[in-house]
Write a protein that binds this ligand. Structure first.
Ligand SMILES: [Zn+2]
Length: 206
């Protein structure tokens, strides 16, 4: 069965720490995290409720179309000045931007808005990978796998940025890949050992 394996190489996989949302929040409130950078989709209007409400906590959030790392101005400088200890690439199941990108036909002619073209560009890597895995099938299962693919693909792009890569090699940064379940508000964390996203017991909603 084709899986997410292959998006991240062995070296990158070793840099990812499987940390639950609740553990990150304990680091923040306990003062053991220098700063948490969150890269997520602009559709995620619940992002503030994911972290403790204290405005003094060092949480830096970038929200953009899909949650892309190449659209996070200032992130590399914050990392270089050692103000960040954790970076979270944070997707969400049900992401409409990824769905639009998946359903698009880049070869079709006709008028197209700039934002639509940009969505197609951002989702193209995932679109190709998902087509290879599932053909033209579109259902909830396929869309969920697409969100997972997208998040890991963005994380691999993040690790290519020079200042991020340097900090990663120095061991001063921890990387996390999360996906929010829009319906239950539970948080799935990527676990490099099982190469899958799952909801850790301390992140379960009861
Ligand atoms: Zn989205």
């Amino acid at each position: 069965m084709k899986t997410l394996a292959g998006i991240l190489d062995e070296t990158s996989l070793r840099l990812i720490e499987a940390t639950s949302r609740s553990q990150i929040n304990k680091r923040l409130t306990g003062g053991t995290s220098t700063g948490v950078a969150v890269i997520c989709c602009s559709e995620m209007c619940n992002i503030n409720s994911v972290f403790p409400a204290d405005p003094k906590l060092p949480i830096f959030t970038w929200q953009n179309l899909g949650g892309c790392v190449d659209d996070c101005g200032g992130l590399e400088d914050l990392v270089a000045s050692k103000q960040i200890s954790d970076i979270i690439v944070y997707g969400h199941y049900g992401c409409e931007i990824i769905e639009v990108g998946l359903r698009s036909d880049p070869s079709a002619n006709g008028p197209s808005t700039n934002i639509y073209k940009e969505v197609i560009r951002r989702v193209s890597g995932t679109r190709n990978a998902i087509k290879e895995r599932f053909g033209d099938k579109f259902d909830k299962h396929v869309f969920q796998r697409a969100v997972e693919d997208f998040v890991l693909r963005e994380l691999s792009e993040l690790l290519k940025l020079p200042k991020i890569s340097k900090a990663a090699q120095e061991g001063t940064l921890k990387f996390h890949a999360w996906i929010n379940h829009d319906d239950t508000m539970e948080n799935a964390t990527y676990d490099p050992q099982t190469e899958s996203f799952w909801v850790f017991p301390d992140d379960e909603c009861h």
